[in-house]
Write a protein of this length. Structure first.
Length: 176
């Protein structure tokens, strides 16, 4: 097991060096999106409309942060169960999504999309939302404000601690 620092905005980063189980510190711009946001994003895709962010080489964190307290950038920001997004994820990866952050195993169709596109699934630790919020240096709602905590947010992360759950070769920390 290795430890890496990954800037998710570096389009030239070789995801193939990351292996299942590796520890990673993420840096850069990440978008939050959960179930309701994914449904709205797919409505936009199906209508041929512009998405709230460019999927090419993007990073999405399955999280719905709580409101921030005075003096804080963001409230608690822990991962949600990734499997609920499995019906959307292969299409989004095929459209350019490169990094996914969540918790729990993924469906076979997600594994195949990850391998097909040299993407990576990072796992965050459930129950560690307060810790993760300390690694978020900015937060801005960019779409679907009516969804409250499930709105799409652009966050900037610094040394955000995750580990590789599924690598670009289909290697996995989950027993298959």
């Amino acid at each position: 097991m290795n430890t890496y620092s990954v800037n998710v905005n570096d389009c030239n980063f070789d995801t193939e060096i990351l292996k299942a189980g590796d520890m990673v510190r993420l840096n850069g711009t990440v978008f939050t999106a959960r179930d309701a946001a994914h449904k709205k994003i797919f409505s936009l895709i199906n209508a041929g409309k512009e998405l709230p962010f460019d999927l090419k080489n993007a990073a999405v964190y399955y999280a719905g942060p709580t409101p921030n307290k005075p003096g804080s950038v963001i409230g608690s920001c822990g991962p949600t169960t990734s499997g609920r997004m499995d019906i959307y994820t292969p299409t989004l990866i095929d459209m350019g999504l490169k990094y996914i952050i969540g918790k729990g195993d993924r469906s076979e169709s997600v594994y195949q999309a990850i391998m097909r596109n040299s993407a990576v699934y990072f796992c965050a630790v459930g129950g560690a939302g307060a810790l993760y919020s300390k690694h978020i240096v900015s937060c801005e709602v960019i779409a679907f404000e009516e969804l409250g905590c499930e709105s799409v947010k652009r966050i900037t992360v610094s040394d955000f601690p995750v580990f590789v759950g599924i690598d670009s070769f289909g290697g996995s920390i989950y027993l298959k």
